[in-house]
Design a protein around this ligand. Sequence first.
Ligand code: S3P
Length: 441
Amino acid sequence: MTEITAKQEDLIVRPSAGLSLRGTIRVPGDKSISHRALMLGAIASGETEIQGLLLGEDPRSTASCFRALGADISELNEQLVKVRGLGVGGLIEPATVLDAGNSGTTLRLMLGILASQPGMFFTVTGDKSLRSRPMSRVVKPLQQMGAQIWGRQDGSLAPLAILGQKLQPIHYPSPIASAQVKSCILLAGLMTEGKTTVTEPSLSRDHSERMLKAFGAQIEVNPDTHSVTVTGPAQLRGQKVVVPGDISSAAFWLVAGAIVPDADLTVENVGINPTRTGILEVLQMMDADIEILEQHSVAGEPVASLRVRHSQLKATTIAGDIIPRLIDEIPILAVAAAFAKGTTVVKDAAELRVKESDRLQVMAAQLNRMGAKVTELPDGLEIIGGTPLHGAEVDSHDDHRCAMSLAIAALRASDTTTIRRAAAAAISYPDFTPTLVQICQ
Ligand code: S3P
């Protein structure tokens, strides 16, 4: 019997020799879409109804910030969350500090909204990890629009103080493909008279564009130049949002199914927005046996069931324009690569160094503790696949995606692995451990 035990913050995984993964599961709601549904609901007029919201710690941070800003958000649950919005420009000045917890998306997107509320004063902060993550990528373009923002290191680190202003529209050529940067500027553009445009070097996830359009904003997308324009001032109307399952959470089961002998798993109701499906393309390139079933569209987002069966993976190179389309899946792809024949190289992924942890450093160090052969590159990883992994004591560094990736690696390790601080999984996937127990046979 495979033993999976949660002990305080840690997770202990002892796989049995005959471990097999079987079953049909669902993953929780998409984190990016959950944040946006709460935020747009809060600044729209009328009521927004959200089905399938992710109940992870990150969307909880968004809900608590926007409650403090005056939005009426019902108790969070997966069935139905009701948001009574205040209208664009209708937020109230909170009497307390807005705390985004561990969530970069909460803080960076919210900054665009706050900076454009004339005359209102806000202070924002986050946990230790978020307070060390770069905010200049959003503060700089907002300052170009006329925003007043203060913080440590020339306004680049939270806590930040913001005095809302009437902003000027800009055309911002973003040096990085980041949906958080793009969304922050578009949200600031809602309150700004004229056309605010963001151009990215390659396309990042487009959930903001899709949802802003659905809420009634005037959005123009130019796919050839990776540009998005919002025309302000905009009025948003509350909508019904159905949140699909998060492909970034499904990714753990896709890799588990690919690397565990005899596995046969189906993950239902997974969002397969093309700006997020880099993981499917890479796993298919690695010879994973993945079927995309029952494709349909739910509230403007494509959804499918994904079936994965075990196969021998082969190494690949992951670089260039695909990186933003699988940015959150690189830790679990590193695990897949450790079981693939040959040497996998990940490049152009320096962004991973400024996520919830330095994911390149954490994944290389922790997988190597289990016997893998991973070398850190300045902007990626080199992984020589095929060396057998053994149980070890590893540490998530409080990073949800590293915690879950290491738990999947542990399924194919000889002996017992203890993942320290695995409870971080609750940021994006509170039921990760019960689901792991459910499919282990
Ligand atoms: C997100 C964008 C990505 C991603 C993060 C969620 C979003 O970050 O890593 O988990 O919801 O906009 P970057 O925009 O910094 O790449």
